[in-house]
Ligand binder design. Structure first.
Ligand code: 4AD
Ligand code: MG
Length: 431
């Protein structure tokens, strides 16, 4: 059909007769007039059917349509200020492609477990469509940020012999008689790559067998990880700050329509401007003490602690220099205070928690080897990683940004499960 258009392009076709292919989102009828809400993935448009203006068979077909039936509507594009998107369709013809069975998701409220079971259908609702579009746009904004600044994309492997972030959250699988793990982070592969290419990043799925159910944890999530040769902790904090400011401010413009669908109040996002506050772990512990929280120096922050700390600030806060004992084996100790690591976490406002975790890496071969032993890791699996420290080793740093956490924060979605098309959660691998 030559006159097929997408709903998002209707503005360029005012006064023309066009066809739209999609699904029936909703309908209402008042005797001689029917209003069909048709969606096609790019938007929703109302097609108005007047019984007197269409053939008997078209009017009959309209009466048979059920929610989510697939169809092609043909009619004249008319400007209407009251219509969402500014246009509606005066329906002239209708072709039904498939009459949908009774659709399980209706405009009434459903329980979350039910909706999660129906995730493959739930994706069709306007809020979910908005969330998926924001995710896709934020992905693109992030990629361009690094592409435009001379970073080379390095795709790290999904199947790996070594753990990056502790052995308690590994998914393992048989690799022809050897054990392979699903990657927890691409970092160990980026470090060698930055010695080849200077500035690199990876962006892909990562896996953590998290045995707890929280709104901030997925078993499979996407992480964007930059790694930069010669960069020190401060450099990587600058990069974290600049990239998050860029991503949020660009998303506010590019995702404006979707944020409106989600009814996101964006005032706090407007404030995400450099410089972000930078506090040490010690200062963060003082904040917790001041707020009357039970917390001991040397512990890691829980989700609740992160919220208390971030509530002190009106934009993301970077917490640096964590106790070495709570952080990963590869982190460079602070030369002035070896009991703390040159690590940084960025905590988002509004209770969204840690969106970035990173550090300066140990670049001395022998220190790294002793840390591998202290952490009870199998030296053989890290030989290649250690080797980087034998051929022109240099200080280097990087971080990982959790895509779903950033999308949840920007979108104002309280739970990560709505920020990824098919969430993997404890006790759930369906659909
Ligand atoms: O702090 P993490 O564990 O850091 C690393 O994996 C480093 N190797 C990254 C690096 O330096 N290249 O994870 C980084 C980020 C967290 O700040 C958080 O945003 C996200 O990944 N994240 C999760 N997101 C969803 N579900 C989970 N289970 C997550 N675990 C971490
Ligand atoms: Mg972390």
């Amino acid at each position: 059909m030559s006159d097929v258009v997408y709903i998002e392009d209707l503005a360029g076709h005012e006064g023309e007769t066009v066809s739209i292919r999609g699904w029936l989102y909703n309908q209402r009828s008042s005797g001689k007039i029917a209003f069909l809400q048709v969606r096609d993935g790019t938007g929703v448009v109302q097609a108005i059917v007047s019984r007197n203006d269409v053939s008997e068979s078209v009017w009959e077909s309209v009466g048979q349509l059920t929610q989510e039936s697939s169809l092609i509507v043909r009619g004249e594009v008319k400007a209407d200020e009251r219509a969402p998107g500014g246009f509606e369709l005066g329906l002239e013809d209708l072709e039904t492609i498939h009459i949908a069975e009774k659709y399980p998701i209706t405009p009434k409220e459903h329980g979350i477990e039910f909706l999660m079971d129906q995730r493959h259908l739930w994706l069709r609702s306007s809020r979910q469509i908005a969330a998926m579009k924001i995710r896709a746009k934020v992905t693109r904004i992030c990629r361009s940020y690094y592409d435009d600044r001379g970073f080379t994309l390095i795709d790290s492997p999904i199947l790996t012999p070594a753990s990056a972030e502790g052995t308690s959250t590994l998914f393992s699988t048989d690799y022809f008689g050897e054990t392979a793990y699903l990657t927890q982070s691409g970092q160990l592969y980026l470090e060698p790559a930055c010695m080849a290419l200077g500035k690199v990043y990876c962006f892909g799925p990562t896996f953590r067998a998290e045995k707890s159910k929280t709104r901030r944890h997925l078993l499979e999530f996407w992480m964007l990880e930059p790694e930069v040769a010669f960069a020190m902790l401060d450099d990587i904090m600058d990069l974290a700050e600049d990239s998050i400011e860029h991503v949020v401010q660009t998303a506010l413009v590019e995702c404006a329509d979707e944020l409106e669908v989600l009814e996101r109040d964006t005032t706090s996002l407007q404030r995400v401007q450099k410089p972000f506050p930078r506090i040490s772990y010690d200062e963060a512990v003082e904040i917790l003490a001041g707020a009357g929280e039970q917390f001991e120096w040397g512990d890691d922050f829980g989700g609740g602690d992160e919220t208390v700390i971030s509530e002190q600030f009106d934009r993301p806060v970077m917490v640096h220099r964590y106790p070495t004992v709570v952080k990963a084996f590869y982190m460079e100790p602070d030369p002035e205070r070896p009991e703390v690591a040159l690590a940084v976490d960025m905590l988002a406002p509004e209770g969204y928690g840690e969106i970035i975790g990173g550090s300066q890496r140990i670049h001395d071969h022998d220190l790294l080897l002793s840390r591998i032993h202290e952490h009870g890791l199998n030296e053989d699996a890290y030989k290649w990683y250690l080797e980087i420290r034998r051929y022109g080793t240099v200080p280097h740093s990087g971080f990982g940004m959790g895509l779903e956490r950033v999308v949840a924060w920007i979108s104002g979605l309280p739970h990560l499960r709505e920020t990824i098309p098919y969430p993997r959660l404890l006790g759930r691998i369906y659909p």
